[in-house]
Ligand binder design. Structure first.
Ligand SMILES: [Zn+2]
Ligand SMILES: [Zn+2]
Length: 210
């Protein structure tokens, strides 16, 4: 798996293209503003096919381009607990940047804890609520990579003051799901730089294991 990152407007939300060079297929993790154009251009240029979009959660900054993938019949994956955010994203308008245009989207595959196989890759899916009720982590064991959305960041954790947020729940998700992955697992968050389980376990100022 080759991983490409684009940090998107307007608040620096990460989109990741996961490339399967054998199959010439691409999976996108999260659909922030500009991710549709970015991933489409890449696919056109190198003759890859975008086969799925995995959404880590339903917050507005991660789904602004999602409706464009719906129009192209590219399947979207997400967790049922965030269905209101996917179907009525205007509910989050008060937390978004004024004037931003948020469109509803349709999830084609509701997923929860378990294994999924997409784009020639097998992921273990973990529910990591606390930042958002429908927060998911996509773990790809073969490449030591976990896509964690806004559950944890390098030196930080997701905010818990938005509707459905709960720090105790987030803390349990981090301790029981993220910190139990192999120490060298690379964590790819929804904002900011990559980190590892080892670094956060010992040094994250919000949730650490002394
Ligand atoms: Zn979020
Ligand atoms: Zn975010």
């Amino acid at each position: 798996m080759r991983i490409k990152l684009k940090e998107c407007e307007p608040i620096g939300t990460n989109a990741y293209c996961l490339l399967n060079d054998d199959l010439k297929q691409v999976i996108l993790v999260d659909a922030p503003l500009g991710s549709f154009e970015w991933s489409s251009e890449f696919c056109k240029k190198y003759n890859y096919e975008l086969v799925a979009v995995l959404l880590t959660h339903g917050h507005w900054d991660h789904i602004l381009d999602a409706h464009l993938f719906n129009e192209q019949k590219i399947p979207l994956y997400g967790h049922q607990a965030d269905s209101l955010l996917f179907e009525q994203p205007e509910r989050m308008m008060q937390y978004a940047i004024p004037g931003i245009n948020i469109r509803a989207l349709e999830i084609n595959h509701w997923i929860e804890t378990g294994a999924i196989s997409v784009g020639g890759f097998s992921f273990e899916v973990f529910e990591v609520p606390g930042h958002c009720p429908g927060s998911l982590m996509f773990y790809h064991k073969d490449s030591n990579a976990a896509f964690v959305g806004d559950a944890i960041f390098a030196g930080g954790v997701g905010r818990c003051d938005l509707p459905g947020g709960d720090f105790k729940v987030l803390e349990a998700s981090i301790l029981n799901k993220i910190y139990t992955l192999p120490l060298d697992t690379q964590l790819y968050p929804g904002h900011g730089p990559m980190t590892t389980v080892r670094i956060e376990r010992s040094g994250n100022p919000f949730v650490s294991i002394p």
